[in-house]
Design a protein around this ligand. Sequence first.
Ligand code: G3I
Length: 327
Amino acid sequence: TVGLSKAMRQRGRSFIGTALTLRGDAQELAIVENKADFNSITPENAQKWDATEPQRGVFTFDDSDRYVDFATEHGIQIHCHNLVWHSQLPNWVTAGNFDNETLIEIMHDHIKALAGRYKGRCTRWDVVNEALEEDGSYRKSVWYNTIGEAFLPLAFKFASQVDPKAQLYYNDYNLEYNGAKTDAAQRIVKLIQSQGVKINGVGFQAHLTSEPTTSSGGGVTPSQNTLATALRKMTSQDVDVVYTEIDVRMNTPATRKKLNMQSKAYQRIAASCLAVERCVGMTIWGISDKYSWIPGVFPGEGAANLWDEDFKKKPAYYGFLRGILRG
Ligand code: G3I
């Protein structure tokens, strides 16, 4: 069969990606290096603030470099992740009690150093990650609390000055079905554009479920139409959209029936992207169920990826592929 990324390219779209942690697992690497399924990677943790600037002005790029070099060596895209986020942010930033001016300078220095190091090599950058609460208000992060909403256009302005060729994204979760949050993300796009600052796209993370779970509050992956409508809310603002972190979890253990439901959910997601012209690509958050972040954060849930713990393709792999080919 044709691989995922080959199918996506045949449909005239740009990429299928995976989150990647270079952990020396030969089976996992073989899937990425084969390139039939993935022509983009997103470093899962290596570029986050705690990994790249653990102390003010002290930059540690060794781990991050491995991913950018990996993408270059294999001739694939890299979705760089991320520049400004409230999480995995070291204490020296969150508890530093910096004033407005100093925190802007800290943000600017970080963007100059990190995005500057990879200038011309990152296909896309998640410039700001997860700035919104579920009710559509701004998350009360150190960024918002100190700088106000101006931190968003400022971050995009700095990133576009440092790496003019990278595609610049705002990235968040639950935009797929939470209308209040989707509307708020649309307002962020307008805010940035209204200041004449470049924003190329919005990342829909798509951490979803195939059945009601405790963490999903009873929700499941919406219909293809609902998903496509949410994507179009962004593309109507003249930006691209990408599914940036797809996984579809369930209550574990998996059964045949649950795996088939999951496969249909993956198919709906892929088909919704194909239904929207400016949905340029999709990234799955990891390869095998063996390494997913989910069981550690949502106990009793998981089995969310396309390969099982033994690196066998699950029904979800074929559902996702069907969604790409037919959607
Ligand atoms: O590297 C340390 C290691 O030194 C330490 O011994 C170990 C003990 O806990 O922790 C290791 O760090 C962990 C890191 O992953 C690397 O494995 C952190 O505890 C753990 O919290 C971290 O989890 C990551 C999570 O982001 C943190 O927020 C997940 O791998 C990663 O998949 C997840 O990805 C996020 C996206 O960046 C943004 N959107 C949501 C998505 C899922 O939460």
